[in-house]
Design a protein around this ligand. Structure first.
Ligand code: FES
Ligand code: FES
Length: 190
């Protein structure tokens, strides 16, 4: 595992690696981490070395956040922390104490798929689905900041997210389709 201090090397692409997030004290015994996840207050026990990805999956049961490389290279573990795109395999759970975290489980509106999810379905933006949570979270961050991205902007933004199946064309088409749908709905970036 590389440096987890908040100065870890940035993954390829534009996915930021984090830090500076949270309110972790300098010294932390294993204890309770309190945060908001997908709008709900949640808490769980974390050791100082517990990764945010492991905390979400094993302590909170949110297994939608996938773990691939565990070194910031694949993007499958992407979540939003206080709105910032974050690789949860390079963040510590204690760094997210007091933060608002959004995972892939929070993207759908209840039982209604988010336009990004609908577009991934429509444009065949997934096959095995392993990369999909990270792709969706990263794409959501892009559309929040850039409601009308060019194809090149989509490709650059997702360049830190690895997909072994699709060849990326369906994913890029899906993000562009979702951007169009969101703009037409009057809720660009929602
Ligand atoms: S598991 Fe975090 S970037 Fe690959
Ligand atoms: S759909 Fe299989 S890794 Fe992307």
């Amino acid at each position: 595992m590389d440096d987890q201090s908040g100065t870890a090397p940035v993954a390829a692409g534009t996915t930021p690696v984090v830090p500076g997030i949270g309110h972790a004290p300098a010294v932390w015994a294993a204890g309770l981490v309190r945060l908001r996840v997908n709008g709900e207050p949640r808490s769980g026990v974390a050791e100082p070395r517990t990764l945010l990805s492991d905390f979400l999956r094993h302590e909170l049961g949110l297994t939608g956040t996938h773990v691939g490389c565990e070194q910031g290279a694949c993007g499958s573990c992407a979540v939003l922390v206080d709105g910032e795109l974050t690789l949860s395999c390079l963040a510590l759970a204690v760094q997210a104490d007091g933060c608002a975290v959004e995972t892939v489980e929070g993207i759908a509106h209840g039982s209604r798929l988010h336009p990004l999810q609908q577009a991934f379905q429509l444009k065949h933006g997934l096959q095995c689905g392993f990369c999909t949570p990270g792709m969706l979270v990263a794409a959501r961050a892009l559309l929040a900041a850039t409601p009308d991205p060019s194809e090149q902007q989509v490709r650059e933004h997702l360049s830190g997210n690895v997909c072994r199946c699709t060849g990326y064309t369906g994913i890029v088409d899906a993000v562009l389709e979702a951007a169009r749908a969101l703009r037409e709905s009057g809720e660009p970036g929602a």
